[in-house]
Design a protein around this ligand. Structure first.
Ligand code: F6R
Length: 644
């Protein structure tokens, strides 16, 4: 199949590689507000003509903020859904509609329960029919869509493998609503909503590609970590291997993305290839590093020929000699590497990532979960302490959902035995242990833990975090447990950032008045805990700055990445080098989090343990520096500065 940009799109896209129009917004929220406005406009337009408005709807993490905005428009701006008929894309099979993870539940939780849509106008594929009835059900679903005049506006998300609806790679362009098998990668991605992968259904009922293509207008939303697949879908060839690329053949389809999801588009990633480009130092660094990595050459070995062959002849015209540019980029890379995350005292080092004064500094590490500090920046954490800084850690959430039930009885057993050992009345703890045993024995799959069990799980994690702080050398008063309320739903789906989360965070910041802050900068995780935790710190700092707090002016914020991702090489502004011994010390620090070792609930798509992910990632960063021609360290932890 050939990439055939539709004529409407082609007019707008002369200067770009994009074959589908892409609208880029600063944040998912802004993109959602735009999407909701488009929907509201259509609904009202149809209302004015006394017509029904037929919407095709998606589920998953992506449209949550869109639905929140539609609910707001209904509540605050009188948007009525009385003339709206909806058809959802898909439903797991088999799954009862009452299950927490069913798309029926999802849609009611996020949208239908909060608007005035007529229940008879809601259509969601049924995931609980006997298999022999499914074919008929699917046929009827497509007929129903046709009977109401087809879908006016179809909302889509996109899977990391390019699926739309549950049309996995290989789905035919002619496919209709049908029973489909979920890709393993989809089951892994969606396992975040289930206790573990084995509970994710293997099948689903999904609208077909042809059903989707028949919609009069399509809006595909994509946030954060979808950057790679979005670029492939809009810039690559049309192929059934990337179902979303087939949307190139639709004549009114738009992708709505946030800046992070747009990052891999050529016009953003390599703007020099799509036209004029302003050659800032940042841009030069990115272009040269990308070329060196692609050619697998050290920066200082790049030649004029390499520049010309890789679309960078403009840069040569503007900045001159290849060797001079190589040197400039080499120095930029070199200046990021240091062993002194808090700045090197009594030394004047131009271009050092951190200030040498004041020394020592008061540093505050924000750790979204109780182990992110040691997993993501354990080497830096230890260095800061060893170099005499006053290091505090703020554990933002309790992390209680990631503890298995077995840990609860194990620790309660300990509490009972401990009291017995020291002749303390263990009547109460025995009662708690027995109650927990009974509760857990009858607990259903996916049942939310009781408040008591959650508190015990949270305490287990508090003890692990405290033990890690002690291992690094911190006294107990340096560990602050914020227990932010947004997290305490007992489910994977958390509440959005709330006022109380911000006030708790501001209070700690104001008390400590740090010179340096570290936080998990997982910008590409739009609905995850890390992103909410980051937004809370950002909002707190902005408010403190606006209120004129003097210390804020002198406080630098460094972002580390959580779990196993790392910043791109051209983004890194501070690279903390680690020796093999430090790598081992960090590993043992991670081991202290026993409740997170081996199998943890909600592990997601990576079966490696956390210490392995951390080591692989830190070694990988060190290798990339070496590949670019810098010294080879055992491991490197990387940071980007946030300016506010
Ligand atoms: C959901 C659906 C899927 C999702 C896709 C992205 O109804 O049809 O195609 O849109 O899997 O999921 P999230 O938004 O969770 O990343």
């Amino acid at each position: 199949m050939h990439a055939m940009p539709n004529s409407k799109n082609a007019i707008n896209l002369i200067d770009s590689f994009e074959k589908i129009p892409v609208k880029i917004f600063a944040t998912p929220k802004e993109g959602s507000v735009y999407g909701a406005k488009e929907i509201a406009h259509l609904i009202r337009e149809k209302q004015a003509r006394n017509e029904d408005c037929v919407l095709g709807l998606a589920t998953g993490s992506t449209p949550i903020s869109l639905y929140a905005e539609l609910v707001r428009l209904h509540r605050e701006e009188g948007l009525s859904f009385k003339n709206v008929i909806t058809f959802n894309l898909d439903e797991y099979y088999p799954l009862e509609r009452e299950a927490l993870q069913s798309y029926w539940s999802f849609m009611h939780r996020h949208l239908f329960n909060h608007i005035d849509i007529k229940p008879e106008n809601i259509h969601i594929p049924n995931g609980s029919l006997p298999k022999e009835d499914i074919k008929k059900h699917c046929l009827k679903y497509d007929q129903l869509i046709d009977a109401v005049g087809g879908i006016d506006l179809q909302i889509l998300g996109i899977g990391n493998n390019g699926h739309i609806g549950f049309n996995e790679p290989g789905s035919s362009i002619f496919s209709k609503t049908r029973l489909v098998t979920l890709d393993n990668s989809t089951r892994i991605a969606n396992s975040r909503d289930f206790q573990n992968i084995s509970q994710v259904p293997r099948l689903a009922v999904s609208m077909g590609i042809s059903t989707i293509l028949k919609a009069k207008r399509v809006l595909l939303l994509g946030w954060g970590n979808k950057a790679a697949i979005i670029a492939k879908s809009v810039e690559g060839n049309v192929t059934e291997q990337i179902p979303a690329s087939i949307l190139q053949q639709h004549n009114d389809c738009t992708f709505i993305v946030d800046e992070i999801a747009a990052a891999e588009l050529t016009r953003i990633k390599s703007p020099w290839l799509t036209g004029e480009c302003e050659w800032t130092n940042k841009m030069i660094k990115r272009a040269v590093i990308n070329m060196a990595l692609k050619l697998n050459k050290p920066v200082l070995s790049l030649t004029t020929h390499d520049y010309n062959e890789n679309g960078l002849s403009d840069l040569l015209v503007e900045k001159g000699d290849a060797y001079e540019i190589n040197l400039q980029v080499f120095y930029m890379l070199r200046d990021t590497i240091t062993g002194w995350p808090g700045g090197k005292p009594n030394a004047v080092i131009p271009n050092h990532p951190e200030r040498s004064t004041p020394h020592p500094k008061r540093c505050l590490i924000f750790s979204p979960h109780p182990d992110d500090d040691i997993i993501s920046m354990g080497g830096t954490f230890m260095r800061l302490h060893d170099q005499g800084h006053e290091v505090h850690v703020a554990y933002q959430t309790s992390g209680n959902i990631a503890v298995t039930d077995e840990f609860v009885t194990r620790f309660l057993d300990f509490a009972v035995g401990f009291e017995q050992m020291f002749d303390i009345d263990n009547h109460k703890s025995l009662e708690v242990l027995n109650a927990a045993r009974t509760y857990l024995a009858t607990k259903k799959v996916n049942q939310i833990d009781s408040a008591e069990i959650r508190a015990i799980k949270g305490l287990i994690r508090v003890c692990e975090a405290k033990a890690t702080c002690r291992y690094v050398g911190l006294t107990d008063d340096r560990a602050h447990f914020l227990n932010l309320p947004f997290y305490e739903t007992g489910m994977i789906e958390k509440k959005p950032m709330g006022e109380e989360d911000i006030l708790i965070t501001m209070e700690l910041l104001q008390k400590l008045q740090p010179h340096q802050i570290y936080c998990a900068g997982d910008l590409a995780d739009p609905h995850g805990t890390h992103k909410v935790c980051l937004d809370i710190v950002f909002e707190s700092m902005r408010r403190l700055k606006a209120s004129g707090e003097k210390w804020v002016k002198d406080c630098w914020v460094w972002l580390y990445k959580g779990a196993w991702q790392e910043w791109d090489m051209d983004e890194i502004e501070m690279a903390i080098a680690m020796s093999p011994d430090q790598v081992m010390k960090k590993r043992f620090g991670i081991f202290i989090h026993q409740s997170q070792k081996d199998m943890v609930p909600f592990q997601g798509s990576d079966s490696r343990e956390f210490w392995q992910r951390a080591e692989d990632r830190n070694a990988h960063t060190a290798n990339l520096y070496a590949q670019l021609g810098l010294t080879k360290y055992a491991a490197i932890e990387a940071f980007v500065r946030w300016h506010y």
